[in-house]
Write a protein that binds this ligand. Structure first.
Ligand code: PLP
Length: 433
């Protein structure tokens, strides 16, 4: 059975002919129509429309976000929080309105709890440096996990090294899930902080953040959650999750390079700033400085207005389409992609099987390096990431140095996954494996 591409780009249909066994499901979103919002996905690359399957690294941007950014520069740009003239006030209003949007997006209790940062990495480092260095010391235990992105692992190694705290890890099972027994083994230790991801970017595992946060609190610890792979794809309610810190990344959710850190107000109040300079101070004398109120205490320098407005436009965009629908759409696509890839001999998939996993298909092809897989897929117009995905400990657990990773988002169709599977067939033919 031939299935037409979303826009009927006929040349590409040729590659589907070998994949006739698996019926393409229908998904809750009209992704072919959603694709039209994304100018880059409508532009040929090497003579083909891209099957963009690398949103876990960074997502594409819809016209609505691009227009919001252009509009800021054309109508409202000036230095935020600094100017008394009308344009400056407009700039400040738009920046703070963006914060209100992100506050609502995360269901934080207060806008004081939402700090704009450069990306999820900076948000996690902010907690490490401003909380970890101040409140942790020798004898304290930090718990992280074997599946963390380096952004939620290396900062804790640094905190441990500088404070004398001990860093211990929750291990992985062979399904790529957290080994709850290894968490319980840590129960007797003097745990002061637990750092865990919501969704693994290399395995697609979805962690029960609410349960981990409860465990942390029961043991007198705070919980830091890396939400970079969750917030773009599912409803995130930081109050319901009960975590103390939650970092997200705008560029993975249809926005520009910008992130946000949610932090519990009483903890943020107790912390000292991570970076210091203009704007985050109350008073500076030659003898010393007092800090501005939340959230400004953590936002030194002239704020990135266009990025914040674009970030809010992205939050509005995915909210309007509906995060439940996006999640459901990705669940269907993931199950389909899993089925297609697992039917190919010599393809090994990592992480727990569907359902209840994120839209990240990490795989190896026996006898072929992950980078070669990605390169041949590129020749077919299929964009996937290859490498360790900044999760070297997780790769080591599975005894691989790299995987190829296809990740889906709201604009992906079953057609994109057909092209992925056909491309993997081509990889096998090319290498004779
Ligand atoms: N955490 C996870 C799970 C990620 O996948 C990534 C990026 O791939 C990050 C953190 C870092 O995100 P950012 O680029 O926003 O710093």
């Amino acid at each position: 059975m031939l299935r037409p591409g979303p826009l009927g780009f006929g040349l590409r249909r040729r590659v589907y002919t070998e994949r006739m066994a698996v019926e393409a499901p229908t998904t809750p979103l009209d992704a072919a129509r959603i694709k039209l919002d994304f100018p880059i996905l409508m532009r040929e690359v090497n003579g083909m429309l891209p099957a963009y399957l690398d949103s876990a690294a960074s997502s594409q941007k819809p016209r609505q976000v691009i227009d919001a950014i252009v509009d800021v520069y054309e109508t409202s740009y000036a230095a935020v929080h600094r100017a008394v003239y009308t344009l400056g006030e407009r700039a400040t209003e738009r920046y703070e309105a963006a914060r209100d949007t992100v506050t609502a997006f995360l269901n934080a209790a207060s806008r004081r709890e939402v700090i704009f940062v450069r990306n999820a990495t900076e948000g996690l480092n902010l907690v490490a440096y401003a909380y970890g260095l101040k409140f942790l010391g020798p004898g304290d235990v930090i718990v992280s996990t074997e599946m963390e992105h380096h952004s939620n692992l290396v900062p804790w190694q640094e905190v441990a090294r500088r404070t004398g705290a001990e860093l211990r890890y929750v291990r992985l099972t062979d399904r790529g899930e957290l080994d709850t027994e290894s968490l319980e083994e840590l129960a007797g230790a003097d745990v002061k902080l637990v750092a865990a991801t919501h969704v693994s970017n290399s395995l697609g595992t979805v962690n029960d953040v609410a349960a981990i946060a409860r465990w942390a609190h029961d043991h007198g610890a705070v919980m830091v959650c890396d939400g970079a792979q969750a917030a773009p794809h599912r409803v995130v309610d930081v109050q319901a999750l009960g975590c103390d810190f939650y970092a997200i990344s705008g560029h993975k959710m249809c926005g520009p390079g910008m992130g946000a850190l949610y932090g519990r107000a009483d903890l943020l109040e107790a912390m000292d700033p991570f970076l210091t300079g203009g704007g985050q101070i109350a008073k500076v004398t030659l003898e010393g400085t007092t800090w501005n109120e939340l959230p400004y205490k953590f936002e030194p320098g002239v704020p990135p207005l266009a990025e914040a407005v674009g970030f809010a436009a992205a939050a509005d965009y995915v909210t309007r389409i509906g995060l439940e629908a996006i999640h459901e759409h990705e669940q269907v696509l993931t199950a389909y992609g899993w089925e297609l890839l697992s039917a190919i001999p010599g393809v090994n998939l990592f992480g727990p099987p569907p359902p209840d996993r994120a839209g990240i298909l990490s795989f190896t092809v026996d006898g072929v390096h992950a980078h070669d897989v990605a390169q041949i897929l590129d020749a077919e117009g299929v964009c996937v990431r290859a490498g360790h995905h900044c999760t070297q400990p997780a790769m080591r657990h599975f005894d691989v140095v790299a995987t190829s990773r296809a990740s889906v988002y709201l604009y992906n169709t079953t057609d994109d996954l057909d092209r992925l599977a056909a491309g993997v067939d081509r990889v096998k033919r090319t290498f004779g494996v």
